[in-house]
Design a binder for this molecule. Structure first.
Ligand SMILES: Cc1cc2nc3c(=O)[nH]c(=O)nc-3n(C[C@H](O)[C@H](O)[C@H](O)COP(=O)(O)OP(=O)(O)OC[C@H]3O[C@@H](n4cnc5c(N)ncnc54)[C@H](O)[C@@H]3O)c2cc1C
Length: 501
């Protein structure tokens, strides 16, 4: 904690916060990071990052009585990382709410997590997160975020996931507003380029650009909430090889994993497989970075997917879309030239959420193939074989229906219907990387563990940077925000507690 006059002013401020009184916005700002004599000011809690995890941590730490500084590497307009693109969050709840259509128990959440990860999760941590998620539904509202009833659509999330009114940006604006009102000091364009860590203790962060002539920020506790390394193509190439050049990054170009890399280099234990990530099939015409949600295709279950040789390569109807949409990025990444095509016909065009990009159309399968640059004969054969294998059933994309194929490999085990009504349509898709799972290992208190197994006294992590603790692989929609909110809040509380003590 600070000494002298600053300490006294902090104590009165802490009292104010604890008593629920309004907090001066200027207290932290008055110092502008510099104390008399040119020394950099020491904060109780430094939060690196500017997305959901960082803001939840900053608010929780501030409410816990700490002086808090947030360093967001992006410029103000781009503040909020991948969180800007989000729409919803998955939380356990025992009964329907105004916006959720029914209960989603801790047990069901846990079973879903087990299923999508194939058991590759830290059970203690994951169960803790699920339990805490119940409270987040209300806590996040107390921070100014508002919910809206979910939209229909292929993800069928109305019971399990709460949607942010106005989307991720509105959610972030509310969190930033609350943080500012509480007196959290926030800096943009404030990329951290080095961390001073000694004997598992965080001491200071160094900045690319000085803030008010200071380029080193000291703090009693650190919360690292600086995302994964998905926007660092060179790092992705270490595991994926040249294929990574064909990946499109769905979110912020600022998540380059620099903080993660520094922490691992300075003795923090890593968790997760570096090749595991959340990756979906997005339109091949999307921009390299930041294309966001409107580039994602949810039409897989309504058709078939072929590679550049016009061959199907995976069961398009394996499971409900919310449990399968996040495997398609990896599946496409494994195909030649990392490109694939979703093929469907005119009968289903209104069945899924339209994307930014119109489908490519042909009056015949051969004409469509021609436009896609595929071998017409090969695509015609694939479609004909598929149609011949379709068995009649009652179509319902909200459940595992009985529309399936027989006698072809790979099968389509649900939602199989003939593709036979022109115009024939297609979306070209590439792997759209959402976020990576390699991260820092943490305890239930969001405290980082060192390589030798010691818990760090003052370093905490939240969000994508530690998602691999819970997500060994796979994904269930809305969990990115659960991980960020739950562990962000815990990290902030624990960081403040450490600073207090
Ligand atoms: C298109 C899209 C849609 C998504 N939709 C959903 C959804 O609906 N529900 C869901 O649960 N998840 C969704 N996700 C995933 C979700 O966005 C993330 O899991 C979540 O936002 C992660 O929050 P975070 O705070 O950990 O990271 P981010 O929000 O990405 O924030 C990381 C921050 O760290 C900053 N930073 C990085 N390096 C430095 C540095 N060196 N110095 C200072 N700052 C740095 C970045 O600028 C950024 O602000 C979506 C992702 C994308 C891309």
């Amino acid at each position: 904690m600070q000494s002298g006059a600053l300490r006294n002013s902090c104590i009165s401020l802490y009292t104010k916060v604890r008593n629920g009184g309004s907090v001066s916005k200027t207290r932290n700002r008055s110092g502008s990071g510099v104390l008399a004599g040119g020394m950099s000011k020491k904060y109780d809690v430094l939060v690196i990052g500017g997305g959901n995890a960082a803001l939840c941590a900053a608010i929780a730490a501030r409410r816990g009585g700490a002086s808090v500084i947030v360093l967001e590497g992006a410029p103000k307009f781009y503040r909020g990382g991948n969180t800007r693109h989000t729409r919803n969050m998955r939380c356990a709840h025992d009964a329907a709410t105004e916006i959720l259509t029914g209960p989603y128990t801790e047990d069901e959440f846990w079973k879903d997590l087990l299923l999508v990860t194939g058991g590759q999760t830290d059970e203690e941590l994951a169960r803790h997160m699920i339990r805490e998620s119940k409270d987040i539904l209300n806590w996040i509202v107390e921070q100014g975020v508002r919910w809206q009833p979910s939209l229909g659509g292929t993800l069928s999330l109305g019971r399990t996931n709460s949607f942010f009114l106005g989307g991720g940006r509105a959610m972030l604006n509310a969190l930033y507003f609350t943080a500012e009102q509480l007196g959290v000091e926030i800096h943009y364009d404030a990329e951290v380029t080095d961390l001073v860590i000694e004997d598992a203790m965080f001491l200071a962060a160094r900045l690319k650009r000085p803030i008010d002539a200071v380029n080193e920020i000291r703090a009693t506790s650190l919360v690292a909430a600086a995302g994964g390394f998905e926007a660092n193509i060179e790092w992705l190439k270490e595991y994926w090889g040249e294929a990574a050049d064909n990946f499109l990054i769905r979110g912020t170009p600022y998540n380059r994993g620099s903080i993660l890399k520094m922490l691992l280099a300075k003795g923090v234990q890593e968790v997760g497989d570096p090749t595991q990530c959340h990756a979906v099939a997005i339109d091949a015409r999307a921009p390299k970075f930041d294309g966001g949600i409107i580039t994602r295709h949810d039409s897989v279950v309504f058709g078939i997917v072929v590679n550049k040789h016009a061959q199907r390569f995976y069961d398009e109807g394996e499971d409900l879309w919310p449990k399968r949409y996040a495997i398609w990025g990896r599946l496409v990444a494994a195909q030649p030239d990392q490109i694939a095509y979703i093929i469907f016909d005119s009968t289903v065009v209104t069945s899924f959420m339209p994307t930014l990009f119109p489908p490519i159309a042909g009056q015949t399968v051969a004409e469509l193939a021609d436009k896609l640059g595929l071998d017409p004969v090969a695509l015609e054969k694939t479609v004909t074989d598929f149609n011949a294998a379709v068995r009649p059933g009652t179509f319902d994309h909200t459940l595992l229906d009985d529309c399936r194929t027989e006698g072809i490999t790979p099968p389509k085990t649900h939602w199989a219907r003939r593709i036979e009504t022109p115009p024939y349509l297609a979306y070209p898709v590439r792997p759209g990387i959402t976020f990576t799972y390699l991260g820092t290992r943490v305890t239930k208190e969001a405290r980082m563990l060192m390589k030798d197994g010691r818990p760090s006294a003052n370093m905490f992590a939240a969000g994508e940077i530690m998602a691999g603790n819970v997500l060994g692989k796979g994904y269930a929609a809305g969990m990115g925000m659960t991980i960020g909110s739950v562990f962000g809040r815990i990290a902030g509380q624990e960081a403040a507690k450490h600073a207090r003590n």
